[in-house]
Design a protein around this ligand. Structure first.
Ligand code: COI
Length: 358
């Protein structure tokens, strides 16, 4: 075992039996394969400690562990890429550190100083660097997560937490343009709820309506507001953007029900820098239908870390399938998708200062 010299003193136990030779990097299913190690840390008596990197594998939990019963669990997602020079590149990891703490606050969980998060993350990725493939479209998906560990069945915030990082080599989340169903009955998040937090429970609660859509051939749902099902919010696993009459429009975060995606924010900043008109505002289902019909709507796409830019080819709205313009004709999303991909993989200059090199 070795330890690092940073602020954390991370204990490292190497896995003697790497699985990397067993991985088919040409055919990766999202989240099915895991790298050789995992990082763990525990929050006890009011402080984070015992940071350790150990061989990936099962671990013990107490059957009454708080998060299993009352859902104090959150996660983050980011991707590591390899530059042409062989460096490991992370895209805006500080945003994940900040968002994790915002989620933790909403779920009454322990927060982690941002520099601690970044040191844990970069030390871990340095250990797993050979798992970051430089193949086109490949990356190492990084999943930091945290859950309450106190063994107690009373309903209250846990006194203790575990923070972990696991990584999974991945290709594209979606294998092409997708069909989506605009959900007008079930709800992802209501005002005052946990919609802005990356709470594990948000995803669990979405599974049933998502499955009903998938059974009818729609890969994802597009959520609408809980009160009236009138306004578009976000899609499953990603935020959503429209291009209407040359303007880029995405639902604003003011509703307090939408996840503040890092890719979403990056697209907004890039669009502004390129001088495209961009509006963060409410967008109604009615406005979308009207502009599909009058052909002013030229692009619809999802944006997220796992999904990157996911083109939407068809929207099912109120019983009607609306086929959207051909993906090849979509000027903004194709351009911004390539730009962000080149930025994340270190192929072009980084005028925003977003890329962190390890
Ligand atoms: C991510 O893009 O990192 C996400 O959190 C989506 C995930 C649920 C697949």
């Amino acid at each position: 075992m070795t330890t690092t010299a940073g602020i954390l003193d991370i204990a490292i136990t190497r896995n003697e039996h790497s699985k990397i030779g067993e991985i088919d990097f040409e055919n990766l299913t999202f989240g099915k394969n895991f790298s050789d190690h995992m990082l763990m840390a525990d929050f006890e008596n009011g402080r984070w400690g015992d940071f350790r990197i150990v061989p990936f594998g099962n671990f013990e939990i107490h059957p009454s562990m708080a998060s299993l019963h009352y859902g104090q669990a959150l996660f983050e997602g980011l991707k590591a890429y390899k530059s042409p020079e062989g460096e490991i590149l992370l895209f805006r990891p500080m945003e994940n550190a900040r968002r994790m703490n915002r989620s933790a606050e909403r779920l009454c969980m322990a927060q982690m100083p941002e520099e601690m998060f970044i040191e844990a993350l970069t030390t871990f990725l340095d250990i797993e660097r050979e798992w970051v493939s430089n193949k086109e479209g490949c990356s190492l998906y990084v999943r930091p997560f945290m859950f309450g560990t106190e063994p107690f069945l009373g309903v209250k915030p846990s006194d203790s937490y575990r923070f972990m990082i696991i990584t999974s080599p991945v290709g594209n989340y979606y294998d092409g343009a997708i069909k989506v169903k605009v959900e007008m009955e079930y709800t992802r998040a209501a005002k005052g709820g946990t919609g802005t937090a990356k709470a594990a429970g948000n995803y669990g609660a979405a599974l049933y309506p998502a499955k009903m859509g998938q059974d009818k051939g729609y890969r994802q749902l597009v959520w609408t507001d809980a009160a009236e099902h009138k306004y578009i919010e976000e899609s499953g696993t990603m935020n959503i953007f429209f291009v209407i009459d040359g303007k880029i429009i995405t639902p604003s975060l003011d509703s307090g029900t939408i996840l503040a995606g890092v890719t979403r924010d990056s697209i907004i900043q890039v669009a502004k820098a390129w001088g495209w008109p961009i509006e963060e505002r409410k967008i109604s289902v009615e406005e979308v239908v009207e502009n599909i019909n009058n052909k002013k709507l030229t692009e619809v796409f999802g944006a997220g870390t796992a999904a990157t830019i996911a083109q939407i080819q068809l929207m099912h709205i109120g019983g009607i399938d609306y086929t959207l313009p051909e993906v090849e004709t979509r000027e903004f999303s194709n351009k911004v998708g390539k730009y962000l991909s080149d930025l994340r993989t270190g192929k072009i200059d980084d005028p925003f200062g977003w890329v962190v090199r390890i």
